[in-house]
Design a protein around this ligand. Structure first.
Ligand SMILES: [Zn+2]
Length: 258
């Protein structure tokens, strides 16, 4: 596989990764399937959605075209998006319609200094919010920036897979695109050479833009798109905002204006 595909973080490269998985005989399974896999090779395709819920359409298109199912882990407390908003529920409904699963992406910093009982109660509460809103079963929780104490605690949540619980995740090998940096083999190599027959692949949708961009520009894009979504929402509903320019041109981005 070409090095340029491996270096790129765009949807074309993402598609190549998934195709390599299919070609390599990997079955894409959900977290509820752990221990019940029917194929020799399986992949848990995990998406932690930190800021980019409304921007997941391109990734969904790619997965749908290949018939691949993933689990989208959603925050209920993201500052950047609201899964219960008009636009958020539409995107989540699309995920479910396409056959994907929904997980809980829990804000790890809320656990600072708290004991395991508190964490379990909070995770169960937020899980119920998602389940009752979207009428689907939540099978797993992933932590956003978990504290070391949370990692060390290896909490077992009743009825939920904890993606950072080593015993529950065994024998899945964990590979992540965190900060656009693969600390292990590139997933293309893993799939092509079947280096890990059980693979948990964490892909953050915001890194896989339609066009290649550097990391800061990917951040600018997701923040700008979220801001635009808020403006579009109100401008289409409030006559007092019609024909008003609400967002200044800042294509250079805030970092370059400073
Ligand atoms: Zn996260």
């Amino acid at each position: 596989m070409s090095d340029s595909l491996k270096a790129a973080f765009d949807l074309k490269s993402y598609e190549a990764v998934l195709r390599a998985g299919l070609d390599g005989g990997y079955q894409f399974v959900s977290f509820g399937d752990i221990g019940k896999e029917r194929a020799d090779r399986s992949c848990l395709l995990r998406h932690d959605v930190d800021s980019e819920l409304l921007g997941c359409g391109g990734m969904l298109d790619v997965e749908k075209s290949l018939g691949i199912k993933a689990t989208y882990f959603l925050m209920t407390r993201s500052t950047a998006y609201n899964p219960f908003s008009v636009e958020g529920t539409a995107m989540v409904a699309r995920m479910l319609r396409d056959g994907h699963s929904i997980g809980l992406h829990f804000m790890g910093e809320r656990c600072e200094g708290k004991n395991a009982d508190f964490v379990i109660e909070e995770v169960q509460r937020e899980t119920r919010w998602l389940e009752s809103e979207f009428g689907t079963r939540i099978e797993a929780v992933s932590f956003h920036q978990p504290t070391q104490a949370i990692l060390d605690a290896q909490i077992a949540f009743p009825g939920l897979v904890n993606t950072y619980n080593a015993a529950q995740m065994s024998p899945y090998f964990y590979v992540s695109d965190t900060n656009m940096n693969w600390r292990h083999d590139h997933p293309l190599d893993i799939f092509e050479r079947a280096i890990h027959p059980r693979l948990q692949l964490l892909i953050h949708p915001m890194w896989w833009t339609p066009q290649p961009l550097d990391m800061l520009d990917k951040w600018r894009k997701v923040l700008r798109d979220n801001r635009q979504a808020v403006v579009d929402h109100w401008q289409s509903r409030e006559r007092t905002l019609a024909n008003v320019k609400l967002i200044a041109d800042d294509t250079a981005g805030p970092g370059q204006r400073a």
